[in-house]
Design a protein around this ligand. Structure first.
Ligand code: F6P
Length: 559
């Protein structure tokens, strides 16, 4: 495996440091003197329209960023990923989420480590589609023959965040009268509340876990199984014996995993299990069998459209020169802001209520991928890595945290996402409410870019100390991403865009964006501490002083 090129030693990095020294952002001036800025910095990306013009870059800075991408080998690394090279070095694995969305007739065939990847992907997709159709038609029914009304996905992290986000975003496409719910937290409240009003006879659980070892998921799966059995027995739907319980599991539990042996050990029929492969990272898996809840609730055709959207962006990233390659450009802008200009966080602000879980989804995608302190050869990183991603849909955010973005002292690059057409076209009298919503999106990006000078404030009659308080500095960078409507295809495109932005940043920083060792220690310690919670004195005594004191508080206060 080739060593990463240290970005900070490249000629392009020296250029960027020089740009930083003389940097005087002036979006007002740049727009006034350059009538072509918007056109030059707006790009098509499949069905998306991406406007980068309100970012804090000049042509010279952009040219240096592109040279940086060349000098650290971004395009070559993309090529390696798409070809199945083991770029996940610490786990010695290929990284092939892009293979999950290749069309059935993709050519040439992708064969990696002897595996006929296209064939295997298609086989699972066909099985999922056939199963989804059976559930949607009622052919696959509960143990008493009733049609499934609710699918409950039990998973966490990548086995939860993607499916939840996509289901919420595409709810208007849920056309089979099947609701999806998602249980993730080991806090028993999650399962208790999500099952409280469900009928066991019409509930289908999907246990979704890449490894099928995750404590939260397996605990919740066992709780769900008990809930099912108790409910069915109490309703007189099944007898209280082993065979009836086994039949109930066969009709009400399916699984999604790379570990089908463990699925069988849990008691789920592997005929009702859908596999994927170790080259799909959890946070990159919503387009794998992990999306089975989506194929059921939204339908296999919509799931195919969703995958086609991802693929369109994969094609763009693989074949578009860097200077027009949108994910690469956005990744490079993030490097400029975070490494050169000191930004620590990045806001994602969808002007679409349906995307209310998108920022949470992106948090795992970006922060689990790029929150690393060593590079892919184990050497320490040479610059800061990772950005804190956060956000809320507009306009809610406007009434909460936008104040800090507009007038605070921190630089917070923000991505705005908006759609020309609403999911629900409602009118307030004669007024199109979606139009008013979009006016807010346009107003915010305009205010952030161009601000309001003291002279403009004074011209409105404000005087004294209030002038400063009412002045907006402007030069707050934003990217605007628009599409005609939030469709399954467009959502796939949006996710793939952010996957490849994340990848670009990871390559510049020289890190492996596909492992997540940082989550392991907490998992190990939880297993060590659990006996102490349950009363094991030796386990309690072995803890540090603060943990012992907190355990003591718990013991004194529990009922
Ligand atoms: O939090 C660590 C992690 O491994 C994530 O990367 C993953 O998405 C999540 O746990 C769930 O893992 P699994 O799908 O194996 O249950």
């Amino acid at each position: 495996m080739n060593s990463p090129i240290d970005a900070t030693t490249t000629a392009a990095w020296a250029e960027l440091e020089a740009h930083k020294k003389s940097f005087a952002p002036d979006l007002r001036g740049w727009f006034a003197t350059d009538p072509t800025r918007v056109e030059r910095l707006s790009f098509p990306l499949a069905d998306l329209h991406v406007d980068l013009s309100k970012n804090l870059v000049t042509d010279d800075i952009l040219a240096s960023l592109l040279r940086l991408a060349e000098q650290v080998g971004v395009a070559e690394r993309f090529r390696q990923m798409l070809a199945g090279v083991h770029i996940n070095t610490t786990e010695d694995r290929a990284v092939l989420h892009t293979a999950l969305r290749r069309p059935a007739d993709a050519s040439p065939e992708l064969v990696v480590d002897g595996q006929h990847v296209d064939h295997d992907v298609q086989e699972v997709l066909d099985r999922i589609a056939a199963f989804a159709d059976r559930v949607r038609s009622g052919d696959f029914a509960g143990v008493t023959g009733k049609k499934v009304a609710t699918v409950v996905n039990i998973g966490i992290g990548g086995s939860d965040l993607g499916p939840v986000m996509v289901y919420e975003a595409l709810k208007p496409y849920a056309d089979a009268g099947i609701e999806a719910r998602f249980i993730s937290n080991i806090d028993p409240t999650d399962l208790a509340q999500k099952t409280a009003d469900l009928d066991p006879e019409t509930t289908l659980f999907i246990v979704a876990s890449k490894t099928f070892t995750t404590l939260e998921t397996l605990t919740n799966a066992r709780l769900a199984r008990d809930w099912l059995w108790k409910g069915l027995i109490a309703a007189g739907a099944i007898a209280d014996d082993e065979q009836s319980k086994k039949d109930a599991v066969a009709h009400h539990f399916i699984a999604v995993s790379t570990a089908l042996d463990k699925v069988a050990a849990f008691g789920i029929d592997t005929d009702n299990a859908f596999g994927f492969w170790d080259w799909v990272g959890g946070r990159y898996s919503v387009d794998s069998a992990i999306g089975t809840s989506l194929a059921i609730a939204l339908g296999p055709e919509n799931f195919s459209e969703f995958l086609a959207g991802f693929h369109a962006v994969d094609e763009h990233v693989a074949s578009t020169p860097l200077e027009r390659n949108v994910p690469v450009l956005m990744g490079l802008l993030n490097v400029w802001y975070s490494n050169l200009l000191g930004a620590q966080s990045h806001a994602v602000l969808p002007y679409a209520q349906l995307l209310h879980r998108f920022p949470a989804y992106l948090q795992q995608l970006t922060m689990e991928s790029n929150g690393k302190s060593v590079r892919w050869d184990g050497s320490p990183v040479t610059t800061t890595t990772g950005e804190v991603f956060w956000g809320e849909p507009g306009t809610n955010g406007q009434h909460a945290f936008y104040q800090l973005i507009h007038q605070g002292t921190r630089l917070i690059p923000a991505d705005f996402i908006a759609f020309a057409n609403p999911a629900y076209p409602l009118k307030d009298g004669d007024r199109d409410v979606h139009g008013l919503f979009l006016a807010n999106f346009l107003a915010q990006t305009k205010a952030l870019a161009f601000g309001k000078t003291a002279e403009e404030v004074e011209a409105e009659g404000t005087t004294g100390a209030l002038v400063a308080a009412r002045t907006f500095a402007g030069n707050r960078p934003t990217t605007s991403i628009m599409a005609a409507a939030l469709t399954p295809r467009v959502l796939g495109e949006l996710i793939a865009l952010y996957e490849h932005i994340t990848f670009t940043q990871g390559v510049v920083w020289g890190i492996n964006s596909f492992d997540q060792w940082g989550v392991e220690l907490g998992k190990q310690l939880a297993l060590q501490i659990a006996p102490a919670i349950e009363g094991d004195e030796d386990a309690a005594a072995a803890q540090d002083a603060s943990t012992r004191a907190l355990l003591e508080y718990y013991r004194q206060h529990r009922d």
